[in-house]
Design a protein around this ligand. Structure first.
Ligand code: C5J
Length: 220
């Protein structure tokens, strides 16, 4: 056990029951020409968290703790993409359309894969998810139960969409959730701040927040 001076109060970290979930660090969100960019976002904001996320992943790997990666993507026939999701908004390219890195957010296409700097090691779990939350329509819940995981550390993008949705899903399932504040990012800085404020408010109503250094130090 280790104590992390987290927000809004100390987090009692039990590494033996912990796993890291790295949400959607995919080329389609982080590199030019992907889904994030087609929605008009500045993807360079997300690139800035790659070094801190790499340090967090390295800390978990060094300690032999589980590292789980997620990818938001859909089947090539779009059977798991509700029309309400595909037709939402006014992107220059929709999910399934051909882009510069293959079809946008389609499993198996280059753009849907994880960026090279954070690429999963052989043996690490990669969860493909059709929704914003990683528990919806995936084997994640069963897998965590089998591993005896009780605490989840979160990193990835974007803070207020897939990270926050998955943290809320996990919180409702009884996991203690800790967000690594410098290993998560949003296209909108004010949304990142608001999401962290919301989740840590009211006595950690969704979870805690701490920096990568604080978390890695507690693992050592
Ligand atoms: C979004 C995500 N923002 N991974 N996906 O559409 O947060």
């Amino acid at each position: 056990m280790a104590t992390i001076k987290a927000r809004p109060f100390d987090f009692t970290f039990a590494p033996e029951n912990a796993a890291l979930i790295v949400i959607d660090m995919q080329r389609d969100f982080i590199e030019p020409g992907g889904f994030g960019a087609t929605l008009g976002n500045d993807v360079t904001r997300l690139q800035a968290i790659v070094p801190a996320t790499a340090r967090l992943i390295a800390g978990f790997r060094k300690a032999g703790l589980p590292v789980i990666h997620t990818r938001e993507c859909h089947a090539p026939d779009l059977s798991d993409c509700p029309p309400a999701k595909r037709t939402r908004g006014n992107p220059s390219l929709r999910i399934g359309d051909p882009g510069t890195m293959g079809r946008i957010l389609i499993a198996g296409e280059a753009g849907a894969d994880i960026i090279q700097a954070l690429y999963p090691l052989p043996g690490e779990t990669v969860i493909d998810k059709p929704g914003k939350g990683a528990f919806y329509a995936t084997p994640l819940g069963e897998m965590l139960k089998e591993k005896g995981v009780r605490q989840l550390v979160f990193a990835g993008v974007t803070t207020e969409v897939c990270v926050q949705t998955t943290m809320r899903e996990a919180n409702d399932r009884g996991y203690e959730c800790l967000l690594a504040t410098d290993a998560t990012e949003s296209y909108f800085p004010e949304f990142k701040k608001a999401a962290i404020d919301m989740m840590t408010a009211q006595g950690a109503i969704v979870g805690w927040a701490a920096t990568v250094d604080q978390i890695v130090e507690a693992i050592d």
